[in-house]
Design a protein around this ligand. Structure first.
Ligand code: 1CP
Length: 342
């Protein structure tokens, strides 16, 4: 029998939606903290296939999710292009920056990314052999705009100000960065697929700060190019796009990007997303991740509401964004039991 996630991605309406969770491996789990301590730091964990395989499998063992997502990070790609990357404990990622043509010219291109990313492909190969037969393996990358915001600012930013500023001041350079990332993302995801990823997801976490034409040019268009080329290289490959906080721009995103599934965040209601987005294909989402912290009756009621809203079409149950480190692992179990018990 085909895996439930693949069936939903193919457009099937299932009696119980398959379920997985963004950031399902991570600091809310005691076993993850132990594995991370063993690795020493976060990047060493990402580049250690044995331990990254273990981190990926932990939430599958504990909860029996229908999908596993490769343990890695969207910022490994800029590092593979030659940028410096490090994580400051308690603060987040730091990178060398690109603010001039001279910075851009230092970036690598083509096959060279694989020198750095080979351990990630090894993790994917390990996982293909280690996952239960019903579990789907999802590979991923950051979308060009989201990754560019980190490469331009050198860190996470609240409003992506530095990237917007570069776009306004030197559009040619900004577009060269987007194009280079588009090309590298295709090669990166394609290699993940060759190693055994069955689905790929494109995380555009900051798509919501692009408006109007900019959204179409820098969120939609790269997603379309990446999806089209991946499907050309790997016929039948399902693609999940996540243009987070796209609002009205979620409407029509399936057709315009060619993605099989559009993941929606919780700034839109499930009823709205069912009416306007699910009409054109599979939707993934969208319980607010705060329920994983607060739990209780509200968690149960809102979980049921999401399942109900999406019941008449293809749906993959997920949160609206990643689970946070302060979440209670028991609330995750309650969410799963609620979805599967309906
Ligand atoms: O252990 C730690 O302290 C590191 C925390 C952590 C983890 C567990 C980071 C740092 N990245 C990850 C793994 C990760 N990141 C995964 C795989 C595991 C899984 O989902 O179970 C994935 C898919 C990501 C994707 C990712 N990284 C995104 C896109 C999704 C999203 O959450 O919006 C983004 C924006 C990043 C950048 C990043 N990596 C880590 C942090 C703290 C950040 C965010 C920085 C910021 O807020 O700007």
């Amino acid at each position: 029998m085909t895996k439930t996630i693949l069936r939903a991605l193919a457009g099937e309406t299932l009696p119980t939606p398959p379920i997985w969770m963004m950031r399902q491996a991570g600091r809310y789990l005691p076993e993850y903290k132990a594995t991370r301590a063993e690795a020493g730091d976060f990047l060493s964990l990402c580049y250690n296939p044995e331990l990254a395989t273990e981190a990926t499998l932990q939430p599958i063992r504990r909860y029996g999710f229908d999908a596993a997502i490769l343990f890695a990070d969207i910022l490994l790609l800029p590092q593979a292009l030659g940028m410096d990357l490090w994580f400051v404990t308690g603060e987040g990622p730091r990178l060398s920056t690109i603010t001039s043509d001279a910075d851009f010219d230092k970036l690598g291109r083509g096959e060279m990314i694989h020198d750095t990313l080979n351990p990630i492909y090894q993790t994917v190969r390990n996982l293909s052999g280690a996952l239960p037969s019903e579990t789907t393996l999802i590979g991923f990358a950051g979308a060009p705009w989201t990754v560019a915001t980190y490469m331009i600012a050198g860190q996470g930013t609240k409003d992506q100000g530095p990237a917007h500023a570069l776009k306004a001041e030197n559009r040619a350079l900004f577009e060269k960065i987007i194009d280079r990332l588009t090309e590298a993302t295709i090669d990166y995801l394609s290699e993940q697929v060759k190693a055994g990823a069955e689905v790929v997801k494109l995380f555009d976490s900051w798509a919501g700060s692009l408006t109007d034409e900019d959204f179409d040019r820098y969120a939609l268009e790269p997603a379309r190019i990446i999806t089209q080329e991946l499907k050309r290289r790997h016929p039948g490959l399902p693609v999940i796009a996540f243009p987070r906080q796209a609002g009205d721009k979620y409407i029509g995103f399936h057709q315009a990007s060619g993605a099989d599934c559009v993941a929606v965040d919780d700034s839109v209601t499930p009823e709205w997303a069912a009416e306007h987005v699910q009409v054109s294909g599979c939707v993934q989402g969208n319980l607010a991740s705060s329920h994983m912290v607060t739990g209780g009756d509200a968690l149960v009621a809102e979980t049921q509401r999401v399942v109900q809203a999406f019941r008449n079409g293809p749906h993959i149950f997920n949160l609206g964004h990643g689970i946070t480190p302060d979440a209670d692992p028991e609330n995750v179990q309650l969410m799963i039991d609620t979805v599967r018990g309906m």
